[in-house]
Design a binder for this molecule. Structure first.
Ligand SMILES: [Zn+2]
Length: 325
């Protein structure tokens, strides 16, 4: 096993949701940095989080990793390098923003994206006439979005960003909150950065702390692994040991569900306008070149799950939330 490219230090933390410190083991050895394993624990309040977790400097070094957006585990449900999907993603985001503009009744204002990655969402918003700024903690992503996309990106932490309170009409945080050590403080800061009546658009994974995940863990005892295939076993986080990277870095240090996400956003002073569940559709299944019976079955299963989550009869594997300051 390769040694860590940096010193791994951990810290014990109380529940980031309610500050109670009575963790029960939820999912053992979920993540790994070199030979250091990380467990997920569950608080009596229902919140699931990594504990002990990598300390601040260790988290910082993880995001310095040039492979973060291009390598295996961190691609999530995608099989292709994030940066090579640029055109596809910009087009997809343009559609998403157009829909959001219709829903919110706003357009062409000041937009901030927290965790702007390569800047594809910001580029899509800019094409639709928004004035855009980003905050990104991963130096290789900052470098890319400045060089290739010519975007105005603050490199580093939200709390050190040079933006005055009341600067933005819309703030977007897509797959970001689950990486934060103090989500409540982050949401309060975002509220301060919004103009009165401004909107917050949040997307978080909501999978590991869900009845859905617990059901799949149970089902995998009866469904043969080869039906799912190695890639899906990895995406579904069913077996950290099956992944050659050992489950990967513990980037997700928090696991939200609908109740905890809504409570945190409301406590930060927002009014919730919409929360919708959905399931990310794995590229391995939906972009498959040959449509075998297995692929068709899996597509039907994912489409059905997605429908059930969108209409609210199933808990979402991903949550999309719109709130107003
Ligand atoms: Zn708690």
């Amino acid at each position: 096993m390769p040694s860590a490219p940096f010193a791994v230090r951990t810290e014990h933390v109380a529940c980031p949701m309610c500050a109670l410190d009575r963790p029960k083991l939820y999912r053992e050895r979920m993540y790994r940095i070199a030979d250091v394993r990380f467990d997920l624990v569950r608080c009596p309040c229902g919140f699931v989080y990594a504990n002990p977790r990598p300390d601040g400097p260790t988290l910082g070094k993880m995001y310095d990793d040039a492979d973060y957006y291009t390598d295996g585990y961190n691609l999530g449900v995608e099989t292709e390098n994030y940066f090579t999907r640029r055109d596809e993603l910009v087009a997809q985001y343009e559609g998403e923003i157009a829909k959001l503009e219709g829903e919110l009744g706003v357009s062409r204002g000041d937009l901030l994206e927290l965790g702007s990655a390569g800047g594809f969402f910001l580029e899509a918003a800019r094409r639709r006439g928004w004035r855009v700024k980003g905050i990104e903690i991963s130096p290789p992503a900052v470098e890319y979005s400045r060089r290739e996309m010519k975007l105005d990106i603050h490199s580093g932490d939200l709390f050190e960003a040079p933006f005055a309170d009341g600067s933005f009409d819309l703030i977007v945080a897509d797959n970001v909150l689950e990486h934060t050590t103090a989500p409540q403080k982050v949401l309060e800061k975002l509220r301060a950065l919004l103009k009165p009546g401004g909107h917050l658009y949040v997307i978080v994974p909501s999978y590991v702390n869900s009845p859905f995940f617990r059901l799949i863990l149970f089902l995998q005892r009866v469904v043969p692994r080869r039906f799912l295939g190695a890639q899906l076993v990895k995406i579904l986080k069913l077996d950290p040991d099956a992944d050659p990277k050992g489950g990967g870095y513990p980037y997700h240090i928090l696991e939200f569900d609908r109740a905890t996400l809504v409570a945190l956003v409301e406590r930060a002073g927002f009014r919730i306008e919409r929360v919708e569940g959905s399931v990310p559709l794995p590229a391995e299944v939906f972009k498959a070149k040959s449509t075998t019976l297995r692929v068709l079955c899996l597509r039907a299963i994912f489409r059905t799950l997605d429908f059930g989550m969108r209409v609210g009869v199933l808990p979402g594997a991903r949550l999309t939330l719109v709130a107003r300051a």
